[in-house]
Design a protein. Structure first.
Length: 108
């Protein structure tokens, strides 16, 4: 990645805001990559925002890719992701509605 000259940003606050947003975005991408990079059921990967983590253990809570969820440490996130499968919004809804016919894939 080419290094940007940060001095071109007149407004430092604006620059910091961008830096934080970029870091969150990177972390989100990292989480998705770690989870397999695409929906485990249908292979969807067009929009990272439409992907979320489904907990294999129903007693545990699902978590999405919201910026709030990204505040925890990467190490903690990895442990959570290990217990989850990455799915798109459509497949996720189907899993919870108990109508997905790809259940065998979910425990892979
Ligand atoms: Zn899907
Ligand atoms: Zn779920």
């Amino acid at each position: 990645m080419p290094k940007k000259d940060t001095r071109t940003y007149a407004d430092r606050a604006e620059y910091l805001k961008r830096a934080v947003a970029k870091r969150r975005k990177t972390l989100r991408q990292k989480a998705v990559d770690y989870g397999g990079g695409k929906c485990r059921v249908c292979g969807y990967k067009k929009c990272i925002g439409a992907l979320s983590f489904h907990h294999k253990d129903p007693s545990q809570k699902d978590f999405g890719l919201s910026t709030r969820g990204m505040t925890r440490s990467w190490e903690k996130m990895q442990k959570e992701i290990d217990k989850c499968i990455l799915v798109c919004a459509n497949c996720h809804a189907e899993i919870h509605a108990d109508i997905t016919n790809n259940k065998n894939k979910l425990n892979a």
